[in-house]
Design a protein. Structure first.
Lengths: 289, 247, 334
């Protein structure tokens, strides 16, 4: 089976699809960290909320309504979090931040249960993307291809914004040295706010995109959190390159590990993370030195 | 006692230390002078191992220690104080000295007894507290003593490892002239067999304490000799633009 | 550096009497809650040792406790070796695992340390979940309790078991105090205050960190072995990272770096959890909000707050009293 072209195509696509989903989540988290030195453990909860908002909105106006509005709604939650909590916790140490956002995970978990109940919700892929296409010897679901293309598109767009535009230059300056950026006349506070909201929106987008692939449950945020953290720690905090590299590494190691060495698969990624931390304690492509 | 051979270090395109060779005899007190950015602190970091040189070597008591990490060089008798206070802030003077003395006495990793209560550790703490004039403040926390006393404690912590060679990075930095004078006496009263390398801004102190003087400029040794010769050196005047003449 | 202030002694005495009172008067359910508190208290003492006194904020202590529980169960149930040996084995194995984790993570700081320990915890979790000998998701049951028949004690009785756990907690607390007052513990607090300086003084910093992490792991392993005996059934959920997160919450809620505070935190947390889950299924919401409130108030937890308000005053009053009775000698006395 492993010598069959179809097998490799299928697994590669699966790996890419997982990578792209993780990329959507990790890019927000990593840039927020790079810029604000803020660790938001509740990032996974925002992803779960994206899925819930998506499912509810889709029930009213179809998948695409959810697809476009869920990220906006999650960004709205982000605005509340930013003004209520994050702004005040910015200068606290990592432990205080980890704990506050850990508390937030608990709170948001129960809030989703209060609003949407304990039962899993389902969100169907839109009719446009339903079905399968033949592709290099495999029949692959169109929706999964859509996830891959969407992830790559967002990566391209972010690479353009961060690398070629003025706001990107401001963000990079802020990641590099926020005090210096402030001296250069950049409104760092507003920059943080915008980046935080965009990060939240991307988490929400990841949630609504993931919803048709999984079932929507309150725990989905907790389940995705650890992989996302692994991605950003392997990749190195604060950089786009790190987020995409980490996502790819995670996606491929996890997917191929599961089919090629099932006994080792679950430990493999953690062992890899431990190895990275020992050899390069700040990850592969950190934003700073 | 302490020797460097052709030490070189650059950060990117900036050459911070160039071909520095120094030799300190046992008990020698040498002062390093040089303008800001001359590479004095970098030299210290290379000596104690906080930086690794690009080339060249460091020798302590006749042995090449270039490959040894900071902690092992320290255990062989190389101790340093910092230009900015690097103390254990929440702890008392006694505990600050005790932590250092415990490492020297070999009790720092013991599980079965309190290192700070060991007689030999307490003995070192008492002696060093006397040497750096902090006996009356032994139970005060670092936050409760004056800045000048913290500078004394900074040197005291380095002394409490009972080093062969003591490196001091601007021990009187930020201290007023009167206290500086007190510092001279403090340094002059230390045991004669202790080898000292001192980075100093204060010319008076330099000539007061130094047996020999080394001048660094742009990472290079531009003068190496007796204080009397340094005083008359034209080169030194140029480097300092004569600013120390009136001091 | 760890000191036993008057307030800490008072609190310890108070907690011990309450626990003893509860152990002798409570019925079955009360004893179960008490035992749960005592076991959690051991875990958080272990965590406070590294996080509060060494700056090593570990997110794998729940998993270490799980390793202890699984090690005990595997040796006693699967291999059929006597529970006493199994317990010693569990403590030793967890300590060794923790020592290795501590050694590997000793170069990481801040958020990287947290993430690195999290990764090791998850590694253990996944392994336990996947490996067939651990029973996977179903877990393992039929776990025997220690046989203290030769002392005339039957640990299958809830009251005896609760008292046994109280004694174990007392021993753990005493060990933690001894560790903190040893040369190793002194050096650890030096490392927490200023790692660079300790290194420059000649200390092999990674060894100190690894040693203390290993000792803390032994305590966590003991807590795990007792937890397995308490519930007599274990599942991989014991190693989930949220357990480590909760342990950290308890330490913070009680007061980081006070050793006494986490004991208060453990009692408060378990009682809060039981009271709340009796009223509402959404007790996580309340715990989450309390946690956010405590951290944002910038007080060092419940005990830290009490200590800041009354601790210093109490000590001063006591010091004044002693000074009056013995003047002069203050400076020369150590």
């Amino acid at each position: 089976m492993t010598h069959d072209l179809g097998f490799w195509t299928l697994q590669t696509l699966n790996a890419l699809q997982l990578s792209m989903l993780l990329f959507l989540l990790s890019i927000g988290l990593t840039v927020i960290f790079g810029l604000m030195h803020f660790v938001n453990l509740a990032h996974g909860s925002l992803y779960a909320m994206g899925a819930y908002f998506g499912a509810s909105l889709a029930a009213v106006g179809g998948y695409w309504l959810g697809f476009f509005l869920a990220p906006v709604a999650v960004a709205g939650v982000g605005v509340l979090l930013y003004s209520g909590l994050i702004k005040r916790m910015r200068r606290s140490g990592p432990m205080a931040q980890v704990l506050v956002t850990f508390g937030l995970i608990f709170a948001l978990l129960d809030l989703t249960r209060i609003f949407w109940g304990d039962l899993a919700l389902a969100l169907d892929a839109p009719a446009l993307l339903d079905g399968r296409v033949a592709f290099l010897g495999v029949e692959y679901p169109i929706y999964r291809l859509f996830v891959i293309v969407l992830g790559l598109a967002i990566f391209g767009a972010l690479a353009f914004v961060l690398g070629r535009t003025q706001i990107g230059a401001m963000i990079r300056a802020g990641v590099d040295n926020d005090a210096m950026a402030a001296c250069l006349g950049i409104n760092v506070e507003r920059l943080f706010f915008v980046v935080f909201c965009v990060g939240c929106a991307l988490a929400g987008l990841a949630g609504v995109v993931a919803a048709p692939l999984l079932s929507v449950t309150p725990e989905m945020g907790l389940q995705i959190l650890i992989p996302t953290l692994i991605v950003i720690v392997i990749g190195g905090l604060g950089s786009l390159k790190g987020a995409i590299a980490g996502s790819m590494i995670y996606g491929f190691v996890q997917t191929f590990g599961a089919v090629l060495a099932p006994q080792l698969a679950s430990i493999l990624i953690y062992a890899l993370l431990a190895a990275v931390l020992v050899i390069k304690p700040v990850g592969l492509f950190p934003a700073k030195g | 006692m302490l020797e460097t051979r052709n030490l070189d270090k650059s950060f990117g395109a900036v050459h911070v230390t160039r071909d520095v060779s120094l030799k300190l005899e046992r008990g020698e007190r040498r002062v390093i002078l040089g303008p800001n950015g001359a590479g004095k602190t970098t030299l210290f970091n290379l000596l104690v191992g906080e930086l690794t040189p690009d080339s060249g070597s460091v020798h302590l008591a006749g042995e090449d220690v270039t490959a040894l990490p900071v902690s092992r060089r320290a255990r062989r008798g190389l101790s340093r104080s910092y230009q900015k206070n690097t103390l254990f802030d929440g702890l008392t003077v006694e505990e600050n000295l005790g932590l250092a003395a415990a490492v020297h006495a070999g009790h720092a990793t013991q599980l079965w007894s309190d290192s700070l209560a060991k007689p030999e550790v307490r003995e070192i703490v008492r002696e060093v507290a006397e040497q750096v004039n902090l006996v009356p403040h032994i139970h005060a926390r670092v936050s409760e003593i004056s800045y000048g006393m913290r500078r004394q404690l900074e040197v005291g912590v380095a002394l409490a490892t009972r080093p062969l060679v003591l490196l001091m990075d601007e021990p009187t930095s930020g201290v007023g002239p009167e206290m500086s004078k007190g510092f001279h006496d403090l340094l002059n009263n230390l045991p004669r067999d202790l080898t000292m390398l001192i980075i100093e801004h204060d010319m008076d102190l330099a000539f007061d304490v130094a047996d020999t003087i080394t001048v660094l400029n742009y990472g290079e040794v531009v003068f190496d000799g007796l204080p009397e010769a340094a005083r008359g050196s034209k080169l030194l005047k140029e480097i300092y633009l004569g600013s120390w003449e009136d001091a | 550096m760890f000191r036993h202030s008057t307030l800490r002694y008072i609190t310890l005495a108070l907690l011990t009497s309450l626990a003893l009172f509860q152990a002798f008067t409570a019925a079955y359910f009360g004893l179960e809650v008490l035992t749960e508190i005592l076991i959690l208290a051991m875990l958080v003492v272990a965590l406070d040792l590294v996080a509060g006194f060494g700056g090593m904020v570990s997110l794998c202590h729940g998993a270490l406790m799980g390793v202890g529980a699984y090690a005990y169960t595997t040796v006693s149930v699967t291999l059929g070796i006597s529970p006493l040996v199994a317990m010693a084995g569990a403590v030793a194995l967890t300590g060794a695992a923790a020592w290795i984790i501590g050694a590997i993570c000793s170069r990481s700081h801040g958020i990287y340390f947290i993430m690195a320990t999290l990764a090791f915890g998850q590694m253990a979790y996944s392994w336990v979940f996947e490996a067939p000998i651990f029973g996977g998701d179903d877990g393992l049951g039929g776990i025997p309790r220690l046989d203290l028949g030769f002392l005339g004690i039957d640990l299958n009785d809830s009251r005896s078991f609760a008292l046994f756990c109280l004694a174990a907690l007392g021993a753990v607390y005493g060990a933690a105090v001894l560790i903190l007052r040893s040369g190793l513990g002194r050096s650890l607090s030096g490392v927490m205050h200023n790692e660079q300086r300790m290194r420059a003084l000649g200390l092999t910093v990674w060894r100190v960190k690894a040693d203390v992490f290993g000792l803390s792991g032994m305590i966590a392993g003991l807590a795990g072995a007792l937890a397995a005996q308490h519930i007599m059934y274990i599942s991989p959920g014991l190693l989930a990272w949220t357990v480590s997160g909760e342990a950290l919450v308890v330490v913070i809620l009680g007061g980081l770096g006070t050793l006494v505070g986490p004991l208060v935190g453990a009692a408060a947390f378990v009682l809060l959890k039981h009271e709340l889950s009796a009223i509402t299924t959404y007790w996580h919401l309340v715990v989450g909000l309390v946690l956010i409130g405590v951290v944002m108030s910038r007080a060092n937890g419940i005990f830290g707050w009490i200590e800041a308000r009354w601790g210093a005053r109490l000590d001063r009053r006591l010091a004044d009293a002693t000074r009056k009775s013995a003047p002069e000698e203050v400076l020369n006395d150590a």
